[in-house]
Each structure stands twice: as structure tokens, then as C-alpha cells.
Design a protein around this ligand. Sequence first.
Ligand code: ADP
Ligand code: ASP
Ligand code: MG
Length: 425
Amino acid sequence: MRIVQKFGGTSVGSVERIQNVAKRVKTWTDNGHEVAVVVSAMSGETNRLTGLIQQIDSNANRREQDVILSSGEQVSMALLSIALHTLGVKSESFFGWQAGVQTDDAHTKARILNIDSKKVIDALTEKKVAVIAGFQGITEKGSVSTLGRGGSDTSAVALSIALDADECQIYTDVDGVYSTDPRVVPEARRLPYILFEEMLEMASLGSKVLQIRSVELACKYEVPLRVLSSLTPIQENLSLEKLGGTLIIPESKMKTMTKTMEDPKISGIAFNRDEAQIKVNAVPDSPGIAYKILSAISDCNIEVDMIVQNTSNNDLADFTFTVNRSDYARAMEITKKTSPIISADNVIGNDKIVKISLVGVGMRSHAGIASKMFQILAQENINILIISTSEIKISVGIDEENLEKAVKALHQAFELEKDNISEEN
Ligand code: ADP
Ligand code: ASP
Ligand code: MG
């Protein structure tokens, strides 16, 4: 089989960990598989590099930022290749450009356009492990680019497509995707399977275990994608069936498993600590108000997340929306300028809110999930500031101090620690 394995920052966080990764990779080559490995920078390194840039210029030229940011992965790739050599495994390391990762020129958040994987395939054919720097590529102009935070996941999936790999394995510091972040709820349960659709929602609603773009790509090209731990003991006799972790699968495949599945309503709880809320009070309830408030925001390239409007009896409405905390100051400034134009009373901001979301395709066929969610939060005396729903998710904005209490209470009330799907498939 041809396997792409991605090792994240913690997995390559020290020399010992890198040596351990080399041992893990060796068990795959010893079992006759072709392995391409994508590596992240050692943990903390990308933050460190970002900090250096910020010390000089918080608005530094993005092309130059990428030159710096891409350096972290280059250290890991060569260290891993050297570690493999010491174990007698043939390997060769590749910069993004050497692996043919072509991107657009949106520096610091570039998108992969194409991968010309010839050199990597040549290495695999020569029975070498190809070790590729994640997170980086090259623009058409020949400049180094990076793919946005968490981008090595996307490098790995894109490479899996280019190499027509049998599986893309994302090794990290937890042994799979959990019902919620196990750092916040220790009782969280590993999900043996999760649907692409659910994983997309979880990732976009704040579960950073996979970069959202990697899930989008894997879904579009139906790449078999698995999340597993790089910190568990290494198995000598490998078989995909016994690997564990979490497989991310299409709905059609999940349907064949329904005999062992109790049709869970909720698969997981995601949360995002980076929300901020802006409320425009007492605007006239007339056509064009939402447009005027939000167009001013989007003209400045600020993304709006949740939106709600409440109308009162005297033809005045309160209009509330949320943005990412990093855009809060700017969004407040813009909205305060719009406020007199639309004859609003005043604008109130709160940059200490978080968003908690219940996610699950089972919600489509079960009424009452939202009311149960609101009931649990009420029992915990947690005030809901804003709500938004879609077919397979319900999100609420609440004060950040209530985050842990809310996630724990919801996890327990929806019995997410209980096993409702069998792994025997
Ligand atoms: P890496 O450096 O390997 O890319 P990340 O830190 O990006 O690792 O992702 C792994 C982390 O994601 C875990 O340590 C965990 O705290 C967090 N996480 C958030 N939500 C979940 C979830 N639902 N299941 C598993 N991990 C989650
Ligand atoms: N090193 C980059 C980051 O920390 C990319 C990655 O790890 O996926 O965001
Ligand atoms: Mg990551």
C-alpha cells in the first residue's frame, strides 16, 4: 500500500519524539508499504517565528513572512530524514517546492493549485521514504508560500490525492477525534468514525484537530482519512483494521454500518474561544438596515459569523452579530460610524464571548435538540447571548467564563461519553 503520514508539532516536538516517529515509519516500510511523510514544525516553533515578525512589524510584508514561517518545517523534515537513516531506512527530504506543491500567491494563507509529485514518486519507487515539509509550497512567481495555521494537514491530504495514496494518516497528540476536546472534558469519547460532513462542521466551529481545508479536500476527493496518535506504543504487526484512531468516512459508508449503530443524534461538541459580539441598539425596523450595518463590515474584509435581530413593539430593533476577536476593534470602529447613519441608539460590544456548537447529522431527524440544549444551559444558569442553527448544528454564544461548565454539562446531558457505534466493521 501507499500511505501518506502526517506528524504534527507535538509529534516532532523533540529529538526523542522525532526518533520515535522514525521508528513508527520504519514499521510501515518493514511491512512492505510505500510511505510519504509530511511534517510540521516542532511544537511552538511557528508561534516563535510569528513572534519574531511581530516584534519588528505587525503588518510585515506577507511574502517575507512566509520566508520565515516556512523555516520551521524545514528543520523537522531533515531531522526526521537523518533519524530514519540511523535506523537503516533510506529516505530523502523535500521542501514544498521540491515536492511540486504549487500554490496561489495569497501569502500566509495560500491555496494549493496543483502538486507535481514526480520527484516524490521517484523516491518512493526507489524504496525511499519521502519526507516532505508541510505547510509550504511555491507560488507561480517562484516565492515560498505558506498555507495558514494548521496547514500541514492540508499538505498531507493534497499529497495523498497527488500520489493516489491508499490512506492519509494524521498523527497527533490525541488518539483520534473525540466527542469534544478531551483537554476540556476528560470523559470525552473517541469516535471510531465520523462523517466528513460532521468533521467539516466540527473543524469550522473550532475543533482544531484538523484544518478545515484538509477535510474539505479529503471529502471532495474521497481520500480515506484517519486521525491517530503518535504517542501510543508502536505496533509491530500492522493492519489497517486494528489501527484504531478515527476514520473520517462518507455517509454512504456509514449507512452500511447502521446495524451496529444506535443512530446518535449528536456526534460532538465544538467550541471556539475567539468570538466577539457587537450589538446595535434600537435601530428603526425598516428595509436595508441589516445591509447597511453588515456591508460596511464586509467592505473591510471582516467575516461575520452569527447574526440575530430582535424586533420590539415600537418598531425598533436590536441588531447583533459576532466576528472573530482579532477583528473586534476594527468592527466596533466601523459600526460606531454606521450607527448615526441608520439612526441607531448606540453600539455595545463584548469581546469575551465563546461559541459552543452541537454537531450531528442525527439532528436532521430529531426534533427537540435545541430546546434540550437551552434547557441544560438554563439549569446551569448560563445566559445565551446569540443563537444560530443549520441542518446539522446548533451554536450558541455565551460568556467565556461559562465555557467549561457549559461544555461539560452538555456532554453529560447528551450522554456523549457513551458508546453508540461499534468498531467491529
Ligand atoms: P498537531 O500539532 O498534531 O497538528 P493540533 O494541536 O493541531 O495537533 O490538534 C490536536 C489537538 O486538537 C488535541 O490536542 C486537542 O486538544 C484538540 N482538539 C480539539 N477538539 C478536539 C476533538 N474533538 N477531538 C480531538 N482533539 C481535539
Ligand atoms: N507549523 C504550522 C502551524 O503551526 C503548520 C502545522 O503545524 O500544520 O500552524
Ligand atoms: Mg494541527
